[in-house]
Ligand binder design. Structure first.
Ligand SMILES: Cc1cc2nc3c(=O)[nH]c(=O)nc-3n(C[C@H](O)[C@H](O)[C@H](O)COP(=O)(O)O)c2cc1C
Length: 185
């Protein structure tokens, strides 16, 4: 059972929130954590490598700080570079990923009150992630409610550690493709 986490943070060295979330995953079995910006500092994504990563995932987690209400650019580039050839040129291979649960984990500078329909953004986190939800549907993946950590600049170390624990529990309880296939069988 493999949980593939794609971290997309262009300044991870200065990160507190995403670092704390990842720390919560320490020692969880079956984790494969990839720091996309560290792996591809020149932005040139290796399609074959990333295709294999997706194919071996039983859960896919996209973890990133919210940047202008969207993903950091390398994660969008990853979608363009990996999902486009996989789903449009190699659909038979892509079909092996059907039923893959996909979870997003997002950190925001803004407080949670901003991420309500009546709040400053006029949107929920899930509403802002509509392109990723549509992508999941196009790929035949199982969208999971996002894990969101808000107001991160005002969280002290204890609150961040608690968030790391909550993230760990969330990932542990997320469905896996194997289990999903068992349910469907
Ligand atoms: C370029 C940029 C854009 C950002 N856009 C948003 C945003 O749209 N909404 C928000 O709540 N926070 C925004 N932030 C704040 C980041 O989400 C926040 O700094 C990050 O989640 C902190 O995580 P870290 O401690 O792992 O770096 C932005 C930050 C940067 C640098």
């Amino acid at each position: 059972m493999k949980t593939v986490v794609l971290l997309a943070h262009p300044e991870f060295a200065a990160s507190r929130a995403n670092r704390a979330l990842l720390a919560g995953l320490d020692d969880l079995p079956g984790m494969e954590i990839t720091d996309l910006y560290a792996l591809y500092p020149d932005g040139k994504i290796d399609y074959a490598l990333e295709r294999e990563r997706v194919l071996r995932a039983d859960r896919l987690v996209l973890q990133f700080p919210l940047f202008w209400y969207s993903t950091p650019p390398l994660l969008k580039h990853w979608q363009d570079t990996v999902l486009t050839p996989l789903f449009y040129l190699e659909p038979d291979i892509a079909a092996a990923t059907t039923g893959l649960p996909i979870l997003t984990a997002i950190t925001t500078g803004g407080p949670s009150a901003n991420y309500r329909l009546e709040g400053a953004t006029g949107n929920t986190v899930e509403g802002l992630l509509a392109p990723l939800i549509a992508t999941a549907r196009r790929c035949g993946w199982l969208w999971q409610a996002p894990f969101a950590l808000h107001d991160v600049r005002n969280l002290d170390d204890a609150a961040l550690a608690q968030a790391g624990e909550a993230y760990r529990s969330r990932i542990r309880s997320a469905p896996t493709r194997e289990r999903q296939l068992e349910v469907l069988a």
